[in-house]
Design a protein around this ligand. Structure first.
Ligand SMILES: Nc1ncnc2c1ncn2[C@@H]1O[C@H](COP(=O)(O)OP(=O)(O)O)[C@@H](O)[C@H]1O
Ligand SMILES: [Mg+2]
Length: 314
């Protein structure tokens, strides 16, 4: 039995999801016999951690702070072991532009893209380069903020006239945005647990001919199929690719890799989530379930895998 601090909430835009993930993790840990203390992450985080004195911290936070290495860094300073990936892997995965450069460099498929900072637009006149990018990528173009989260700030620009507004929307979430080639195809996710890929999940919009991007993210408008209906060969390729990305970014314990499968049967990687959702409807728990791993067992295994803080040079 361990004393476990469950870190949840925080200031990220995915706070509500995190509270749900956290509550579920607390219940599972309690059922596993651990001594659980919940911490809603805020200004008093360090005080609370010192008060609780946990053997280990279970980070059930999504997006900013929890998934980008910030909280991990603080836990290392306090010498508290924590679940999931280390600081560097978090930084690589959370930053889509960095992760895509790393994948491209390593020869792993990710949709072609161009990235800009806000200053490139304001001070370097980057807007003048848009027509060349549009010609290169073709329409629709996917415009998204570099730092990730629940499809927030993502727009599909169908024509040149829609690009500026899409950029403004994305810049309201992050000072860096990317314009990405649109992949027409199926939305897949492969979760990894302890270096092993779980069954593939497919997200299927319910009213296919009419759906637009916003609709597909409304509650109840998407069905999840697990295991996804794929040939064994494609399943294996998707899992191998996800595992490659997991290794490339240096992830630990668990992660979820989001992929697209195009009409020609080619896979490409959109992004990696180092702390994917752990709610009732989240993809990692569903994938684990399909592999015969119940939620409590999943949480127990993630806890067991939590590393000691990495030694740092003095
Ligand atoms: N290049 C793309 N082509 C087609 N669909 C995309 C593309 N990029 C994103 N999407 C859609 O948007 C969703 C969210 O994008 P993703 O890059 O995973 O960001 P988030 O961090 O918000 O989950 C994807 O699951 C997919 O449905
Ligand atoms: Mg995603």
């Amino acid at each position: 039995m361990s004393r476990v601090a469950v870190l949840k909430g925080g200031r990220s835009l995915e706070r509500q999801v995190s509270l749900r993930s956290g509550a579920r993790v607390e219940d599972a840990l309690a059922r596993l016999g651990h001594d659980v203390a919940a911490i809603d992450v805020g200004l008093d985080l360090i005080d609370r951690l010192r008060e609780v004195g946990p053997d280990v911290a279970f980070i059930a936070m999504h997006g900013r702070d929890g998934e980008d290495g910030t909280v991990q860094e603080l836990l290392e300073i306090l010498d508290i072991p924590y679940t999931g990936s280390g600081v560097l892997a978090c930084m690589r995965a959370m930053d889509k532009v960095l992760a895509k450069h790393l994948m491209t460099d390593a020869g792993l498929p990710t949709p072609e893209f161009f990235a800009f900072s806000e200053t490139a637009f304001r001070e370097l006149g980057a807007a003048a380069a848009l027509p060349a990018i549009e010609e290169r990528l073709g329409f629709p173009i996917v415009v998204k903020p570099s730092s990730q989260g629940s499809a927030l700030g993502i727009r599909f620009a169908r024509e040149a006239a829609e690009v500026p507004a899409a950029l403004v929307a994305a810049f309201s979430y992050d000072s860096r945005v990317l314009l990405e080639r649109h992949v027409e195809g199926r939305d897949l996710a492969v979760s990894i647990l302890d270096g092993e890929p779980l069954p593939v999940v497919e997200a299927l919009p319910r009213d296919e001919p009419f759906y637009d991007f916003e609709a597909r993210y409304e509650i109840g408008r998407t069905d999840f199929v697990c295991p996804a209906e794929l040939t064994p060969e494609l399943t294996e390729r998707a899992q191998a690719l996800a595992l490659d990305v997991y290794g490339l970014l240096g992830c630990s314990a668990f992660a979820r890799v989001d992929l697209m499968l195009d009409g020609a049967g080619e896979l490409s990687v959109l992004e990696t989530n180092v702390i994917p959702g752990l709610t009732e409807t989240s993809l990692l728990p569903q994938a684990a379930e399909a592999a015969g791993i119940g939620f409590d067992e999943l949480i127990g295994r993630i806890l067991e895998l939590s590393a000691q803080p990495a030694p740092r040079p003095a």
